[in-house]
Write a protein that binds this ligand. Structure first.
Ligand code: EAX
Length: 325
């Protein structure tokens, strides 16, 4: 009797264990560098909602904000070795892994949001997602960071001459660094999580980021001047780890893609909202904002960056974008 009770208990426990296992959701780790109030967080939450809904709870998404999993370059490396499952990142460090994406980082390539979104949602954007797949990464969807503008703690910048000699933190991106060299500034590449402290301590004088990022990071606490240079469109992308993704069924992979597209849509809507409302918010917080910048001299100053780019990477992609734009 004791034995049969014991067996009964064991069987019941085993069955209960199986049931728990069948229900246990697969946890997906998602990282990005921005705060929990940022446009990336809006995108991460939209992704989470859609994936959990499509999969009926078979997956759950854990969002790690503010670079708690590292900077963008580190997180991309994490995808390749499988320590992170999903990352929302700018293209800043991506060219180091997938050189074909550098073309997107050229200054003054896109004129406005519609143009940039249209190219990324079209054939060329799909082709680049495919190229990313050849480098131990999964390109799930293009999303958005925004047009980048220059901030600094020294002076009003209205012309390239005003930017001369400024130590400007750039992303770890050779195309951006070259553009800032051509402007006469002193580019200092640095991972985003180090940036706030570097500005606070005066290691660098300035930085450049979209309104979205300036708002989400309270940069007004360490930067007085903002010039709406819009010198480069900053795409963002949702990347997956092939180690996680290749283990999914085709149906599950399609859920991830669909959730990534929903995420991009939510992020872009938030970028657009902040383009409308962000400048007033930055002014309220004490930044002086130069809205009326003549960009022609800036465009002219960075022109050699185009020649350097095409000598290294060819002009095919560039010409296709210019023809579409
Ligand atoms: O992707 O590094 C940067 O300046 C990026 O714009 C930021 O991490 C958001």
């Amino acid at each position: 009797r004791t034995i049969s009770t014991a067996i009964g208990t064991v069987t019941a426990a085993a069955l209960a264990g199986m049931a728990v296992q069948a229900q246990a959701a697969q946890e997906i780790t998602l990282g990005h560098t921005l705060s929990a109030t940022s446009h990336y967080a809006v995108g991460a939450q939209a992704f989470k909602e859609r994936l959990e809904e499509l999969s009926d709870g078979a997956f759950t998404v854990n969002e790690h904000t503010s670079g708690s999993l590292g900077g963008e370059r580190e997180m991309i490396e994490g995808l390749q070795i499988g320590t992170v499952d999903l990352v929302i990142t700018s293209t800043g460090p991506l060219g180091n892994f997938v050189p074909e994406t550098y073309v997107l980082d050229l200054p003054f390539l896109f004129e406005d949001y519609d143009q940039a979104r249209c190219v990324l949602d079209g054939e060329l954007g799909d082709e680049l997602l495919g190229k990313i797949g050849e480098h131990d990464l999964v390109g799930l969807a293009w999303t958005e960071n925004g047009f980048r503008h220059l901030t600094n703690s020294r002076r009003e910048v209205l012309s390239p001459a005003d930017a001369e000699g400024l130590r400007v933190r750039t992303m770890e991106n050779e195309v951006h660094q070259e553009a800032f060299r051509q402007l006469g500034a002193r580019p200092t590449p640095m991972a985003f999580p180090e940036l706030f402290t570097a500005l606070q301590q005066g290691t660098v004088d300035g930085q450049e980021n979209p309104i979205t990022v300036i708002v989400a990071t309270n940069f007004w606490e360490v930067q007085d001047h903002l010039s709406l240079t819009g010198h480069v469109y900053s795409p963002a992308i949702m990347l997956g780890s092939p180690i996680m993704f290749d283990g999914l069924s085709e149906e599950e992979q399609e859920w991830f893609r669909e959730a990534a597209r929903a995420s991009a849509e939510a992020t872009r809507a938030e970028v657009s909202r902040l383009e409308e409302e962000g400048v007033a918010l930055l002014e309220e917080n004490g930044m002086t904002v130069q809205t009326d910048i003549d960009i022609a001299p800036f465009q002219e100053a960075v022109q050699p960056a185009y020649e350097i780019f095409t000598s290294q990477h060819g002009s095919e992609m560039l010409e296709r974008i210019q023809a579409e734009a």
